[in-house]
Design a protein around this ligand. Structure first.
Ligand code: HEM
Length: 129
């Protein structure tokens, strides 16, 4: 019988999915090299991601940053966002189950789609004819 998983309820749960997700992302053949080239200090990036997700999911007000801007210089396109989402969903499905976990996936999908659209638009506007 499959054991019922718990839902996401607190900062420990967020730290767990963030750590697990970036563990997978760093090893991924498509998006791993992008992270490993760009992130100089994981001991800074991971806590920033705990705060980002805790603000979105738990309503804490401790994230200050402008996440989209950090992605502008990166070599990422739709295929990379698709892989990001695939790994993120797999991570959440392995660890959690419930309305908050479902909301987390929805939020991630919406942000990924927005980032991808904005990057595509910026590049179109700034490319030479
Ligand atoms: C393939 C897709 C993606 C790649 C390769 C990527 C990579 C990166 C990199 C290299 C940084 C900068 C880290 C640093 O300066 O140390 C960053 C920052 C960040 N990313 Fe992504 N990212 C991707 C998609 C996403 C998505 C879909 C989300 C949200 C759902 C997200 C959320 C963030 C946030 C919140 C930060 C800023 C953290 C801070 O304030 O320092 N990223 N990302």
């Amino acid at each position: 019988m499959e054991v019922q998983k718990k839902d996401i309820t607190d900062i420990n749960d967020i730290e767990q999915f963030v750590n697990t997700f970036y563990g997978k992302a760093r090893e991924d053949e498509l998006i791993g090299p992008i992270f490993n080239n760009a992130v100089k200090d994981w001991s800074h990036h991971l806590p920033a991601m705990y705060k980002f997700w805790s603000q979105l999911l738990l309503g804490t007000m401790d994230y200050t940053g402008s996440p989209f801007a950090k992605h502008i210089p990166l070599p990422i396109e739709k295929q990379h966002f698709d892989r990001w989402i695939q790994l993120f969903y797999t991570t959440l499905d392995e660890l959690f189950e419930g309305p908050k976990a479902a909301e987390t996936k929805e939020r991630a999908y919406a942000i990924a789609a927005t980032f991808e659209y904005k990057l595509r638009t910026i590049r179109k506007l700034t490319s030479q004819p």
